[in-house]
Design a protein around this ligand. Structure first.
Ligand SMILES: [Mn+2]
Length: 194
């Protein structure tokens, strides 16, 4: 089983994440921020992972809580992926949700990069500050070791746009993390992922 955990305790937050890649989308997520829980649940469900996230703020600063939870989820992914032998590595998903259409394209080759283009968003979406959305996606890319491109292709409702982004990321992770039986080793002409 490909499992990862991350315990992160600082003066700002207390975060606990447990992740299993080969699962069925079951999740238990509590960050105290309903919209963030909702987005993590969408990601986990469509990635078909098992995800436990318990995140508590110790300094009552929302930015720290969300940032640290994203770091912990990304690190748990990196640990679960291990040496990344035989993973399919790439995926591109274009995902509709009513008016919204979002493309997520990624490479889990281990070189972190993020380009997040979600267009104009209101200051807050439900109880989540909008600037945190790109921050979460970028942090995930840096800590999990993927090159991540997310583009809003259409969308009027900001809730739909960001929800579609996390669903697309989940579907793309599921594809990229699948083991490809057509080769034995690393999916790279270099013979390694670096
Ligand atoms: Mn929703």
């Amino acid at each position: 089983m490909r499992n990862g955990t991350c315990e992160r305790r600082t003066t700002e937050t207390s975060i606990s994440v447990a992740l299993s890649l080969d699962a069925n989308g079951e999740r238990q997520i509590d960050t105290g921020i309903a919209m963030f829980d909702h987005l993590l649940a969408q990601w986990a469900f469509y990635a078909r992972v098992a995800l436990v996230v318990n995140a508590r703020s110790l300094d009552r600063i929302e930015h720290h809580l969300i940032e640290d939870a994203a770091i912990a989820v990304g690190r748990a992914c990196a640990q679960a992926l291990g040496d990344r032998r035989t993973i399919a590595r790439f995926s591109t998903i274009v995902l509709p949700m009513d008016d919204a259409l979002v493309r997520c394209s990624l490479d889990f080759g281990g070189r972190p990069y993020a380009r997040i283009e979600l267009g104009p968003l209101p200051e807050r979406i439900e109880d989540l500050a909008a600037p945190m959305i790109a921050h979460v996606l970028t942090t995930f890319a840096m800590e999990s070791g993927c090159a991540l491109h997310v583009d809003r292709l259409a969308g009027a409702d900001p809730h739909h746009v960001i929800e579609a982004a996390f669903k697309a990321l989940g579907r793309a992770c599921r594809e990229a993390w699948q083991l490809d039986a057509s080769f034995d080793g690393y999916l790279s002409t270099k013979g390694m992922l670096a």
